[in-house]
Every structure is written in structure tokens, then in C-alpha cells.
Design a protein around this ligand. Structure first.
Ligand code: SME
Length: 161
């Protein structure tokens, strides 16, 4: 199937999950599994959530699919994860070996996307995806991953954790 068709199909399945699952926790778990299983180049998929009240602020690993990562807690001044959460912007890195911010998770990782999750306009966490393929996160993929992060933010707003 062409990439655009697959993205459309996965997007509508994810919309279905967001409608049917009652909590953000269950949505995040189902979402990481679906993205990891169905998108061939999404080799590690996980959420990091800001630890409530932590000073300095800390991203803590939540639901994920893929190999265990050494980075279960990431301060905001470290990594591509820290850059996305502190700026509130999507970060796409086509070649992680050229980005000095990159914290290595797997030697096979070649590219990465991190999209912040917002609740009432504030960053509360992020969706992080690693690929074994260089430049895997083209504009269509960015739109899909941003849509996923938006759905989790909405679910947190309406249903809590
Ligand atoms: N590569 C990330 C660390 C998390 S792992 O990819 C799961 C970073 O540079 O922040």
C-alpha cells in the first residue's frame, strides 16, 4: 500500500481508539502499539510525561513499544526530547548522528521525531518516535504524529489520566 494510504488508514484507526478508550493512559498504550505494529519505519514509539511538581522539571518514560531504553528520565536541558518539551515545538532529526543533542537509545536509530503534548496550552509531555531509517519523518508522517499527540492532549483535558 502506498505510504499516504497507510497513513490515512492508521489515522482513522487512531481516531477510533480516541473515541472508544476512556482514559489517556489507555489511549497512549493502544496508540504506541498500533503505531509500532503498523508503521514499518516506527521502530521505537513512546510517550514521556512531565513529572508533576518536579523541580527541575523532568520527563519520565510512560507507555512505549520497542526495545527498553536507558533514558527513562530526561531533564529538559538534555536530548531531543528535552528540546521539544522546553520549546513546545515538534523536533524532527533526519540524521541523529549529526545532532549533538541526541541521546542514544539504540545504535540502529537513524532518525527521530518528538512532538509535544499540550493540555490547556501547556506542555505536559511528548510523543517520541525513533526510526532505523534515515529521514523517515516526512511531512505526512509529521502530520500523523502531531495528530496523535493532539488526541492525547484532548483526552487528558476531558478525561484526565
Ligand atoms: N533520543 C532521545 C532519547 C530518548 S530515546 O530515543 C527513547 C533524545 O535524544 O532525547
Amino acid at each position: 500500500m502506498a505510504v499516504a494510504g497507510r497513513i490515512e488508514e492508521v489515522r482513522s484507526e487512531i481516531d477510533g481508539l480516541a473515541e472508544s478508550l476512556p482514559t489517556a493512559q489507555r489511549l497512549m498504550q493502544a496508540m504506541v502499539k498500533l503505531l509500532h505494529d503498523r508503521m514499518l519505519k516506527y521502530n521505537w514509539v513512546g510517550f514521556y510525561l512531565l513529572e508533576p511538581g518536579a523541580q527541575p522539571p523532568m520527563l519520565v518514560l510512560g507507555a512505549f513499544e520497542g526495545a527498553m531504553t536507558p533514558h527513562t528520565r530526561i531533564p529538559l536541558n538534555q536530548g531531543i526530547c528535552g528540546a521539544a518539551a522546553s520549546s513546545g515545538l515538534t523536533v524532527v532529526v533526519d540524521d541523529v548522528s549529526k545532532d549533538p543533542r541526541y541521546l542514544a537509545c539504540s545504535l540502529e536509530t537513524k532518525s527521530e521525531i518528538v512532538v509535544p503534548v499540550f493540555v490547556h496550552g501547556k506542555v505536559v509531555g511528548e510523543l517520541d518516535i525513533d526510526s532505523h531509517f534515515p529521514a523517515a519523518f516526512t511531512a505526512e508522517h509529521q502530520a500523523l504524529v502531531q495528530h496523535c499527540a493532539m488526541l492525547v492532549g484532548k483526552k487528558l483535558e476531558t478525561s484526565g489520566q
